[in-house]
Design a protein around this ligand. Structure first.
Ligand SMILES: NC(=O)c1ccc[n+]([C@@H]2O[C@H](COP(=O)([O-])OP(=O)(O)OC[C@H]3O[C@@H](n4cnc5c(N)ncnc54)[C@H](O)[C@@H]3O)[C@@H](O)[C@H]2O)c1
Length: 374
């Protein structure tokens, strides 16, 4: 199957508008080759200037394209160095200085262009400038278009922990154009798809069967628009039921307790989705050891994960001791101990007294991490 041909015939120019979770009046436009709608949506906000926040890679690929879309509207491209090690308060301060120097006012608009990093940094920047100015998201990679775009969480890493500083705030609108995915690397697409697999595991709806089918194909044969749209709709259904991620929404953190720890310890070597992928493997081991998940579900869970080519090995530089310290800084911790989202079975969340977070004895955490160390 030639995916490009199919995309042109099936999806070209079509844009669907979805209500976002926290603010239904703030739409998400989703389609293929829909970037030419950007200016008309921006025009409804009537900003005095637009500041495009993006990383150095995406700036090279799409900086000029976006600037051209904004026609004669005053705009500035403001870049930061790519890589999650730059998800810091210092980067926010540097960006703030750059946009203020270029004349950002309370009526300006921040346009976040890129992956999760640009969206989380730019969202936080906008929320802090003048105590909050408007922002929009134009995500360019799979995880950005299917996952981050649906979350209203903005933030940076600090104190050795992921997203420990941040806030909830919503973009005025988001424009998801899956034609951006054509330049995304296979590795990055796979990392994004790992988060789709997580959603498939926690709900085990038709989407699970669909993902199993997709994972049997070569990525070049997969209609990425369709996969992105289905993943997006799947996560939207969870977010709609729990927009502030306190109950069902918290299940989206499956694999993230270990995932976030090894992502930050890898200092940019592991992509977010790759770290979560390892985190899901270890979470299933924990559920098995605690007697929460049975052998047959465990086998199916691990086999499903193995159907994508991502390494389940933790990089060599990351030791057990470092992981045990890093999980103490998990941002969903409510007590003194780090907690885990666990599955009882595929599509079945483990709960105690209505709580999704389970405390796990240190010895079991260590035993379950050990096989995944390099
Ligand atoms: N709920 C949320 O807000 C949420 C959810 C998931 C992840 N995140 C955060 O998002 C970040 C991870 O996101 P990420 O993996 O997108 O990282 P990222 O933004 O650093 O992007 C990864 C790489 O992809 C490149 N890229 C992006 N679009 C491209 C394109 N179209 N073509 C070629 N290259 C492209 C970028 O330049 C970058 O090098 C982490 O900080 C994570 O904590 C947040």
């Amino acid at each position: 199957m030639n995916s490009n041909k199919v995309l042109k015939l099936k999806h070209y120019n079509r844009s669907d508008a979805y209500e976002s979770c926290l603010s239904p009046s703030k739409p998400i436009y989703f389609g293929h080759n829909i970037l030419h709608h950007l200016e008309s949506h921006v025009a409804t906000l009537n900003p005095d200037k637009v500041f495009i926040i993006t990383d150095t890679n995406v700036a090279k690929l799409y900086g000029d394209t976006i600037k051209a879309q904004l026609l004669n509207r005053p705009n500035h491209l403001v870049t930061f160095n790519a890589g999650d090690q730059n998800k810091t308060l210092q980067t926010i301060e540097t960006l703030a200085e750059k946009v203020l120097e270029a004349g950002c006012s309370k009526n300006s608009l921040i346009l976040n262009l890129g992956g999760g990093l640009a969206m989380n940094l730019g969202g936080m920047l906008a929320s802090l400038l003048y105590r909050g100015i408007r922002f929009i998201h134009v995500p360019t990679n799979f995880i950005g278009q299917t996952d981050v775009v649906l979350s209203n969480k903005q933030g940076v890493n600090t104190f050795g922990g992921k997203n420990l500083l941040g806030m909830y705030s919503s973009p005025e609108f988001s424009l998801v154009d899956t034609s951006f995915l054509q330049t995304e690397s296979k590795r990055s697409k796979f990392a994004g798809i790992a988060e789709s697999m997580k959603n498939a595991l926690i709900l085990k709806s038709d989407f699970y069967a669909y993902m199993k089918k997709v994972l049997k194909s070569s990525i070049n044969d997969v209609d990425m628009h369709e996969l992105a749209k289905k993943t997006f709709e799947q996560k939207l259904s969870i977010c709609k039921r729990d927009p502030t991620e306190k109950q069902l929404g918290l299940s989206l953190e499956y694999g993230h307790t270990i995932g976030h720890a090894i992502e930050i310890l890898s200092k940019g070597d592991l992509l977010h989705g790759e770290a979560v992928y390892i985190g899901m493997h270890i979470s299933a081991e924990i559920a098995l050891q605690l007697g929460i998940m049975n052998q047959s579900d465990f086998k199916e869970h691990q086999a499903f994960l193995k159907s994508i080519k991502i390494s389940s090995k933790i990089p060599k530089s990351i030791t057990m001791d470092k992981i045990l310290i890093a999980i103490q800084k998990d941002n969903k911790k409510t007590g003194s101990q780090p907690a885990f989202i666990l599955l009882k079975g595929l599509g079945e969340l483990h709960q105690i007294g209505g709580q999704l977070q389970t405390m796990v004895p240190k010895k079991i955490i260590e035993d379950c991490i050990r096989p995944y160390l390099s």
